[in-house]
Design a protein around this ligand. Structure first.
Ligand code: GLC
Length: 576
């Protein structure tokens, strides 16, 4: 719905109330009663200390875009959403305006139009590819602009990257799938011809020559965010956009030798874009895949080829959620189960289906696992479970509702219980624990950038704040995000917005971290804005017809029988 081209809806992402009957009814926000006292307390406390959307430049537009409907936390005293700052005496943290200025300085123009933001504006370090617009890096920038009522840069970005997708992509003599989206692009200025062109990288120039599997997923997710935020579905409805979505999905949904619904990937194919032992079925990709599939269901027109894709997506979601919720989930109970696994079971009734050796459980897992809590582990494949914690995959699992509400709560419990390890002095650990010694040598291939507790190997990345905040809001635990944001606020500006921090607790600015890393800046702004106005996130209806919810009882022994649990499962759909 749109008024004067501006959406009257609230959430940036509202992955509809029912992916399967989206054409029949409008979603209604539900007033979540569970954990009521805590939630209300949390939000009323927040509302006292934080400003109501103090960032918006275009206040007329933005107040419409984000006007709260029956706010989920309405009784917590958040009545002053649109009240001017002066009337409430709210204070904005001084680094917010600095962050906005830095974000604006990072904008990249192509033929006088903004098309993205540069990865980092650090002139003291060698540029490598940090002078490019990365698809994944642009996502938090895009969300910040959308929340601020500035959708043009996002629209331009979506259109330009869609054009890049249609390029022929080759690494040496080998052609990549048509649907592959670029990892990054830059604007090339030809001084002689006085012309500008875009130059993209699909992995053929990337360190390690890996294609970015996540780029296409982020593109779909962003298209959904743009559509939701502006209420303008004309972009997504364009035949070329519909085709772009189908091309991305074609490479993921094709049938082959796969025995699992998860997506088989090379190492370094996502945010962790160097060898880190994430090859196989990395959690980051599986969560993004799930989220992108759900967004695509909302975006695809149900006629012609779209109809067939919708059917394939529904089937894949069904299988994928079953697989992830069953086999990637680890809590104390499951850990004990794996600890007692028998091996070499050949039959349909095998308990240890992937023939995982209990001896592969390392000591740290037993120490790390709290009595209350759990998480999706890094990877599951034959005889291999990577028990490491990966932040992005777990947060996106919550946002996409790949995690059941129970699992989402358990992830939050784990973050609280393991605060020192996962947040420490600077949010947030990208992975835990770090690989060291012999393991580091074998798994990273002696990578000097990925030494223990640095960069992708247990480094702390401020950009992950926005994902944590979104996940906290969705699971009704905003206080966790608030604490994390305060930690980041104390240092980010002073330290020059580093890309990542090093050390067990994230005390040191990363040894090769770029300064003025745009997604550190944007991630902070998005986190801050979401906490101030949680109505960017809308809980929609759950329905019994949500077909991809697994039917198996062993999904969550004891819980699957609870009608109320299933009801939540059906009704609590993603919001990003
Ligand atoms: C690093 C990160 C990658 C990011 C890029 C640009 O390579 O690992 O995730 O996209 O920098 O910031």
């Amino acid at each position: 719905m749109s008024q004067n081209g501006v959406s009257t809806s609230n959430a940036i992402f509202e992955i509809g109330d029912d992916d399967f009957s989206r054409f029949s009814e409008k979603p209604k926000p539900i007033n979540i009663e569970r954990k009521r006292s805590f939630d209300e307390k949390s939000f009323s406390e927040l509302s006292i200390t934080m400003s109501p959307r103090p960032f918006y430049r275009n206040s007329e537009n933005s107040s419409r875009v984000f006007e709260p409907v029956d706010s989920i936390y309405s009784s917590g005293g958040r009545s002053g959403f649109d009240t001017p700052r002066s009337e409430n005496g709210f204070e904005t943290h001084p680094i917010v305006s600095e962050a906005w200025e830095a974000l604006r300085r990072s904008m990249v123009y192509f033929r006088n139009e903004p098309v993205g933001t540069i990865a980092a504006s650090d002139h003291s370090e060698e540029k490598l590819n940090y002078d490019q617009v990365f698809v994944r890096d642009f996502v938090p920038s895009a969300l910040a602009f959308l929340m601020n009522g500035e959708p043009d840069i996002v629209r331009n970005f979506l259109i330009k990257t869609l054009r890049l997708q249609s390029w022929e992509k080759k690494v040496d003599l080998f052609k990549l799938g048509e649907g592959v989206m670029p990892a990054s692009f830059k604007v090339h200025h030809d001084a002689v011809r006085n012309a500008e062109t875009l130059v993209a990288d699909f992995g053929e120039a990337a360190i390690g020559r890996v294609a970015p599997v996540d780029s296409g997923f982020w593109w779909i997710i962003l298209l959904r965010a743009y559509t939701k935020s502006t209420g303008d579905s004309s972009l997504a409805d364009r035949p070329e956009c519909q085709r772009g979505i189908r091309l991305i999905l074609s490479i993921c949904l094709s049938e082959g030798f796969d025995t699992f619904p998860t997506l088989l990937c090379a190492d370094g194919c996502c945010m962790i874009d160097r060898r880190m032992g994430i090859y196989g079925y990395p959690i980051e990709i599986q969560s993004l895949f799930f989220m992108a599939l759900r967004c695509a269901l909302q975006l695809l027109r149900p006629e012609g080829e779209g109809k067939e894709f919708i059917q394939r997506i529904v089937e894949r979601l069904h299988a994928l959620s079953y697989h992830m919720r069953n086999y990637f989930w680890l809590d104390l109970k499951q850990l004990n189960c794996i600890y007692r696994f028998k091996t070499e079971e050949y039959s349909h009734t095998a308990v240890n289906k992937f023939n995982v050796m209990p001896d592969s459980l390392e000591d740290w897992v037993f120490d790390f696992m709290p009595a209350k809590g759990g998480y999706f582990i890094g990877n599951v494949s034959p005889a291999r479970m990577d028990f490491r914690w990966f932040c992005l995959g777990n947060c996106v699992a919550i946002l996409s509702s790949m995690a059941t509400p129970e699992q989402a709560s358990a992830i939050m419990d784990l973050i609280e219980a393991r605060w020192d390890e996962l947040v420490g002095e600077m949010p947030l650990k990208i992975s835990y624990p770090a690989l060291e010694g012999h393991e580091w040598k074998i798994i990273t291939g002696y990578d000097p950038k990925n030494t223990r507790w640095s960069y992708h190997n247990g480094g702390s990345w401020p950009v992950l704040l926005w994902l944590l905040t979104a996940a906290c809001i969705k699971s009704g635990r905003p206080q966790i995000a608030k604490k994390a944001i305060e930690l980041a606020e104390a240092r980010l500006l002073k330290d020059g917005w580093p890309e990542y921090y090093d050390g067990k607790t994230g005390r040191f600015i990363g040894k090769q971290a770029r300064k003025y890393q745009t997604w550190s800046i944007a991630g902070y702004l998005v986190a801050k804005m979401m906490l101030e106005d949680p109505s960017h996130w809308v809980w929609s209806h759950l329905r019994k017809t949500d077909k991809f919810v697994p039917e198996s009882k062993d999904l969550h022994p004891g819980l699957a029988d609870h009608f109320i649990y299933l009801l939540f499962l059906f009704c609590q759909l993603v919001i990003l």
